[in-house]
Write a protein that binds this ligand. Structure first.
Ligand code: HEM
Length: 478
């Protein structure tokens, strides 16, 4: 009897959902063929491919159904800031909480991300940023010594470029931001291995498509990382001035228990270390597979040698263009908000649309502006000088037709949600690339090797990761 009633209730619900129709002034509605599920499978498999197809079909705004949820996707980059600035109608905490629970097994219901972001901004700028960057440089220089690498000078070693870059930047970032007792290279390698085990499964955890065996791997990695992170430098009082110490203080002020604080450390480990390493991989990967770009960067480094070290590293328009171009091609975060009340939005062409309460809004800068062929010619190609003017200065002006675009690329998030660690990340990536190019001989094992394709399951989770790797050999220069 109860089961029959339950089934009946479910059927009514399904029917109600299935009956949703497009109202006046709402974006085009595309429910997909499968009841309730809609486009969920295609969306999850390769978000970029799916959303590009939808954009070609419907234009810069449309609503799709995925697993019972209606998601309005906005791809008009000139209005991202204006739309997302309405934090009253568009909530970012609800969905973030869901993901935190799924990925990090973490509940922070009373956490205030707004005040946390403000604090983070303070800790990643000015004098604090200079100190962090100095500490990061020292840590990196220590990690690339022959003794730490377990490598004799001039001895060749083979590796995959992805792991080579990711492990260096992870270890450097970990020592700089987290520190702690586990700071020798064997211990750091162990932390990196567990972090990667977890990081590899992150999209599946987020989409709840993880199988039993993978779930065990992820849980075991999480447990170990929670334990190690708890013993990191957080316990020391002097560190309460640091960003991480401050974050823990905020959690304590909010009454968060010790176990949850421990779990929150892994969230911060991923936020701070999950993107810089993969970016360094793509930068070096593009350089190694584009000799002209590599030559230009090397010449810039050579040209800056007569300057004091700091000045030489500051004025690097060619490298900056290479980094911007790399980020344009690989930064693919999906910015998601819950629509808390019915809302009217205006696209940059003046056309107005209604968003319905209870739906989700997604902005995907990877498709527009970053891969928009009307903004960037041959958008899928790596052009190292795309962000350079003819006179060698930074190119800032980009157009879509006659209209100037606000941002040619949005790797660090939108105006109200900018990554507070962006300057630190840029500095760390640059330091690693310059160190490798000046202190190492580094070459592809196969001179004709191509960059691997991206792993399509990573769309939506920050910097993309490759589906394979590039085999390299390297040695420390004498
Ligand atoms: C290439 C490297 C990086 C990229 C592309 C990147 C990108 C982003 C983006 C797009 C967001 C906003 C996410 C959102 O809207 O929810 C964000 C948030 C953040 N990033 Fe980064 N980031 C990078 C590296 C770093 C580093 C190295 C640090 C610190 C050491 C850092 C610290 C943060 C923090 C604290 C937040 C706020 C997270 C929150 O909302 O709770 N990021 N980052």
């Amino acid at each position: 009897m109860w089961i029959a009633l339950l089934l009946l209730g479910l059927a009514v619900l399904l029917l109600l959902y299935a009956r949703r129709t497009r109202r006046r002034n709402e974006p085009p509605l595309d429910k997909g063929m499968i009841p309730w599920l809609g486009h969920a499978l295609e969306f999850g498999k390769d978000a970029a491919k799916f959303l590009t197809r939808m954009k070609q079909k419907h234009g810069d705004i449309f609503t799709v159904r995925a697993a019972g949820q209606y998601i309005t996707v906005l791809l008009d980059s000139n209005c991202y800031d204006a739309v997302l600035s309405d934090v009253y109608s568009l909530d970012q905490t609800g969905y973030a909480q869901v993901l935190m629970k799924r990925i990090f097994s973490l509940d922070l219901p009373n956490h205030n991300p707004e005040s946390e972001k403000k604090r983070a901004e303070i800790h990643f700028q000015g004098r604090a940023l200079t100190q962090l960057c100095n500490s990061m440089q020292n840590n990196l220089q220590h990690l690339v010594t022959p003794s730490e690498m377990g490598l004799k000078v001039s001895e060749w070693k083979k590796d995959g470029l992805f792991d080579f870059c990711y492990s260096f930047l992870f270890k450097t970032g970990y020592l700089t931001v987290f520190g702690g007792e586990k700071n020798n290279s064997v211990a750091l390698a162990e932390i990196y291995e567990e972090f990667r085990r977890f990081d590899r499964l992150l999209p599946k955890l987020a989409r709840t498509t993880i199988n039993k065996e993978e779930k065990q791997i992820a849980s075991s990695a999480r447990e170990k990382l929670w334990k190690w992170l708890a013993s990191s430098r957080l316990d020391r009082k002097s560190e309460h001035q640091s960003w991480l110490g401050n974050y823990v203080q905020q959690l304590q002020d909010e009454g968060v228990d010790a176990e949850t604080q421990r779990r929150a450390m892994l969230l911060q480990l991923w936020v701070t270390q999950g993107n810089a390493g993969p970016t360094a991989f793509w930068v070096l990967g593009y350089l190694l597979t584009h000799p002209e770009a590599l030559r230009a960067v090397r010449e810039e480094i050579q040209g800056g040698k007569h300057l004091r070290e700091e000045e030489g590293k500051k004025n690097t328009p060619v490298f900056d263009s290479v980094l911007s171009e790399t980020l344009r091609l690989t930064a693919a975060a999906l910015i998601t908000r819950e629509v808390k009340q019915d809302k009217k939005i205006r696209l940059s062409n003046g056309q107005e649309y209604h968003l319905r309460r209870g739906d989700r809004l997604c902005v995907f800068p990877f498709i527009s502006p970053q891969m928009d062929p009307q903004i960037h010619q041959q958008p899928e190609m790596f052009q190292f000088d795309r962000f350079l003017n003819a006179d060698g200065t930074e190119k800032k002006n980009f157009f879509k037709g006659e209209v100037k675009v606000k941002y040619p690329s949005v790797p660090w998030g939108t105006k109200d949600n900018l990554c507070p660690g962006r300057h630190f990340a840029t500095s760390a990536i640059k330091e690693l690339v310059f160190t490798i190019l000046t202190r190492f001989d580094l070459e592809l094992c196969d001179k004709n090797a191509k960059l691997p394709l991206v792993d399509p399951s990573r769309y939506g989770f920050g910097i993309l990761q490759p589906a394979g790797d590039l085999e390299i050999r390297y040695r420390i220069r004498s």
